[in-house]
Design a protein around this ligand. Structure first.
Ligand code: WTA
Length: 664
C-alpha cells in the first residue's frame, strides 16, 4: 500500500530540515525564546499583536475565560475590519500599492496588467488598495440603501475575482455578517445555507469561467432564490458578460449600482465580539455547521499568524492559492494579507488551464516569493512531472506553505526540491475553519522541519494529545485537543449554541477543545496529524460529511439506504465510496445518475468516486451501520471483527458484489 512506500521514503531519508542560515538571518522571528515568552503570558502576547491593529476604542480586558467555553476577547474594544484592511493603508499613502495581481483564467500571455478596472475587464488587473477602498465603500452604501445593516446576514456566492473580496469587505464596513458559499457548491447547498442563516441579501455573479467557457451562476440559482422569501436583495456582478435573468425589485446590477452610489461610507464601529462572518462546514451529521467568527480576536489571530508563519516582508509577493469560499481564503487571501498590507496574487482558474505549467508561469511573471497551497495540488504537479516547473524561473520563491490535509513525506520532499529548489523552508500549517487561523506550524526562521509533521503549536497556542480518558499522551497517538483559548476561536454555531458545546467542548470538559483529528506526538514533541476521527471525509482538502452525502443519496427515489465512507486515495487524500441499497421500485442501476444527483444536492466535489449497489449493509444489532467493515472491503483488506453484526453473512455477499464490479 502507498502508506508503506511513504514510510520507506521517510526511513530512507530520515532527513530533518533546519531553517536555511540565510533565511533565518533575515527572519522576523529567529529566536526560540519567543515560545517561552508567549507561554509565560499568552494574554500579553496576543494583546501585543492586537495593538498592531487600528482600534476605534481600546479594549478593557484582553480575555475573559471565566465561563468556558464562552470566551470574550478584547472586551470593550471597538474596531472596523475594512478600515484595518484598507483605510489605514490609504491614509499612509499606499493607495497605489497593489493588493492583488489578478489573473483571469483566460488571460493571454501578452496581456498587460491594467489598473483601475474590475475583473469584468478580464485579462490581468493590478488591484490597488485605493481601488478596493473605493469599491468597498460604494458597495457598502448600496447595501445600506437596501436596508442591510449591523447584524444582518449577507450571502456571497462568487467566482475567484477581486470583487469577492470587495463584497466581504463591504459587509464588514457596515457591520453585516457575511456567509460565503464556495462557488462550486450546488444551488441546493446555497439555498440551505441562506435559509438557515436567514440571509437578507446575496452577492453573486452572472457566471464563472471554466476552461474558457462561462458557467452560469445566477441563472443556476434562480430557482433556489425563489424559495428564499427573506432574500430581499441580490447584487449581480457581471463577470462574463452573459445576461442572466433579473427579478425586478430584488435583483440589481453591480456596476450600475456602484456607479450610482456615494463613494464615501464611514466604517461602523464594531464591538470586538460582534460577529464578523459565518462559514458553513461539514460535521458529523447531515446538517452543516454555521461557524461564527467575531471581529477583534479573529483579525488579531489571522494577522499575527500570517506574519509569523510566512515571515511576511514589505516586498513579498504572496500567493495563497486557495479559494475565497473556504476558510483559508477568508483568513489568508482576504483578511490577513490586506490587514498586513501585503501584495498578493489572485488567480481565477485551475492549475492545468490552458496548460499544466500555468502556476509556474505566474510565479515567474510576478516574482512570487511565498506560495501557500494544498497537498492535493502538489500531488497533481508530481504526477504531471518536474519538467514543467523546471522550465520556469522559480528562484524568486523563498518560502512554501501547505494546508488542508496531512502532507505525505513524498509530496513534501518533491515540493521542497522541485518547487523550492531545495532552498525554501516549508511551513505545514494545521488548522480548521473553527480555529480561524493557523494553530500548529513551523516558524520558518526557527523550526527544524520533518517532512509530514506540522511540528509544534505556534507561540501562545497550546495543544495536546489525549487518550480516551482525557489523560495526556506525551509521546504516541491519540486525539488532538487544544487546551487554551486563542483569539481566533469560533465563538458558537449560528443558531445552534448547544451543538457548539456538545460537539467541541464536552468530551474532556468545557475548557478543552476537541479537534476531531487523530494525531501522534514524537520524541521531540512534534505533532503528526493523522486525519479525521469523526464522520468527516477530507477530499482534496475539502471537508465533507458522510451523513450529508448519505442523505443526498437516499433523497434519490431509487435508493432505500446508503452508507458512505472515505478511503485513502493517492491523489485526493481521501476518496468517497458509497454503498447503496436500491428500493423495490428501482428501475436500474445507474451510478452516473446517482453521482449527478449528489452533485445537484451538494456540489460536484461531493460526488462519490465509486458506488456499489448491494442488497444489504453490515449493521450491528442496534441497526448502526459498521462503516469500518465497508472500509476494509473497499480497501481490499482482511475483514475486521464481524461478530457484532446482526447478520455476519452480509459481508460475504457485499464482498462478492464489490469483487464482481471490480472485474467489470
Ligand atoms: C485537516 C482548513 C493535516 C484536518 C484550514 C482538519 C490538516 C481539517 C492540515 C480542517 C494539515 C488541515 N495537516 N491535516 N496541515 N490542515 N487539516 O475546516 O483534518 O476545511 O481538522 O480547514 O483539515 O479543514 P477545514
Amino acid at each position: 500500500m502507498s502508506e508503506n512506500s511513504e514510510l520507506d521514503v521517510l526511513l530512507k531519508t530520515e532527513q530533518t530540515f533546519p531553517p536555511p542560515p540565510e533565511f533565518a538571518a533575515n527572519a522576523e522571528f529567529r529566536d526560540p525564546e519567543v515560545y517561552g515568552r508567549a507561554d509565560a503570558d499568552p494574554e500579553s502576547w496576543w494583546a501585543d499583536w492586537a495593538r498592531d491593529l487600528d482600534w476605534i476604542e481600546p479594549w478593557e480586558s484582553v480575555l475573559d475565560w471565566t465561563n468556558p467555553p464562552h470566551a470574550t476577547w478584547f472586551d470593550g474594544g471597538k474596531l472596523n475590519v475594512s478600515a484595518n484592511c484598507l483605510d489605514r493603508h490609504v491614509a499612509a499613502g499606499r493607495a497605489d500599492q497593489v493588493a492583488y495581481h489578478w489573473e483571469a483564467e483566460d488571460a493571454g500571455l501578452e496581456d498587460e496588467p491594467v489598473t483601475g478596472v474590475g475583473s469584468d475587464a478580464g485579462g490581468r488587473i493590478s488591484v490597488t488598495y485605493g481601488w478596493l477602498y473605493e469599491q468597498t465603500q460604494r458597495l457598502a452604501n448600496v447595501l445600506r440603501e437596501r436596508g442591510v445593516g449591523r447584524g444582518d446576514v449577507v450571502g456571497i456566492f462568487m467566482p475567484m475575482v477581486p470583487e469577492a473580496a470587495v463584497a466581504m469587505l463591504a459587509c464588514t464596513r457596515i457591520g453585516a455578517i457575511h456567509n460565503v458559499v464556495f462557488g462550486g457548491f450546488s444551488a441546493e447547498s446555497l439555498k440551505e445555507r441562506m435559509e438557515s442563516s436567514e440571509a437578507k441579501a446575496l452577492i453573486t455573479a452572472d457566471a464563472t469561467l471554466r476552461r474558457g467557457q462561462p458557467m452560469p451562476m445566477k441563472s443556476a440559482i434562480e430557482g433556489a432564490l425563489e424559495d428564499l422569501p427573506a432574500m430581499e436583495t441580490v447584487v449581480v456582478f457581471n463577470r462574463c458578460g452573459t445576461t442572466p435573468p433579473m427579478k425586478a425589485g430584488r435583483d440589481i446590477g453591480w456596476t450600475e449600482s456602484l456607479e450610482a452610489a456615494d463613494p464615501v461610507c464611514e466604517p461602523e464601529a464594531m464591538e470586538a465580539e460582534d460577529p464578523l462572518f459565518l462559514l458553513y462546514t461539514s460535521g458529523s451529521t447531515a446538517k452543516p455547521k454555521g461557524i461564527v467568527h467575531t471581529t477583534g480576536g479573529y483579525l488579531t489571530h489571522a494577522t499575527a499568524t500570517h506574519r509569523m508563519v510566512f515571515d511576511l516582508k514589505p516586498d513579498d509577493v504572496y500567493w495563497c492559492a486557495a479559494d475565497i469560499g473556504w476558510v483559508t481564503g477568508h483568513s489568508y487571501i482576504v483578511y490577513a494579507p490586506l490587514a498586513n498590507g501585503a501584495t498578493s496574487i489572485m488567480f481565477e482558474g485551475a492549475p492545468d488551464f490552458p496548460a499544466r505549467d500555468r502556476w509556474w508561469e505566474i510565479v515567474e511573471r510576478y516574482g512570487v516569493t511565498i506560495l501557500y497551497t494544498a497537498p492535493t495540488v502538489i500531488r497533481s504537479f508530481m504526477k504531471w512531472g518536474e519538467e514543467l516547473p523546471a522550465a520556469h524561473d522559480l528562484t524568486s520563491l523563498r518560502l512554501l506553505g501547505s494546508v488542508g490535509e496531512p502532507i505525505n513525506p513524498k509530496a513534501w520532499l518533491w515540493y521542497h526540491e522541485h518547487i523550492g529548489g531545495g532552498r525554501c523552508p516549508i511551513v505545514d500549517t494545521w488548522w480548521q475553519t473553527e480555529t480561524g487561523g493557523i494553530m500548529i506550524s513551523p516558524l520558518p526562521g526557527i523550526t527544524t522541519t520533518k517532512p509530514g509533521s506540522a511540528t509544534r503549536p505556534l507561540p501562545g497556542i497550546s495543544a495536546a494529545i489525549f487518550d480516551h480518558n482525557g489523560d495526556e499522551i506525551e509521546e504516541g497517538g491519540g486525539t488532538l485537543v487544544l487546551t487554551r483559548p486563542w483569539p481566533g476561536m469560533a465563538r458558537t454555531l449560528f443558531r445552534e449554541p448547544e451543538r457548539f458545546v456538545s460537539t467541541y467542548w464536552e468530551k474532556f470538559g468545557p475548557a478543552t477543545y476537541l479537534v476531531g483529528d487523530a494525531a501522534r506526538r514524537d520524541e521531540d514533541g512534534y505533532f503528526w496529524i493523522v486525519g479525521r476521527i469523526d464522520d468527516v471525509i477530507n477530499v482534496s482538502g475539502h471537508r465533507l460529511s458522510t451523513m450529508e452525502i448519505e442523505s443526498a443519496l437516499v433523497s434519490h427515489p431509487d435508493i432505500a439506504e446508503a452508507a458512505v465512507i472515505g478511503i485513502p486515495d493517492e491523489h485526493t487524500g481521501q476518496a468517497i465510496i458509497a454503498f447503496v441499497i436500491p428500493n423495490d421500485e428501482a428501475t436500474g442501476d445507474s451510478s452516473d445518475e446517482l453521482r449527478e444527483h449528489v452533485a445537484t444536492r451538494i456540489g460536484k466535489l461531493a460526488r462519490p468516486k465509486e458506488i456499489f449497489v448491494t442488497d444489504d449493509l453490515p449493521k450491528t444489532r442496534s441497526g448502526k451501520i459498521m462503516r469500518r467493515l465497508l472500509r476494509d472491503i473497499a480497501d481490499g483488506k482482511e475483514l475486521g471483527d464481524v461478530s457484532t453484526l446482526r447478520d455476519p453473512t452480509v459481508m460475504a455477499e457485499i464482498e462478492a458484489q464489490v469483487g464482481e464490479k471490480d472485474r467489470t
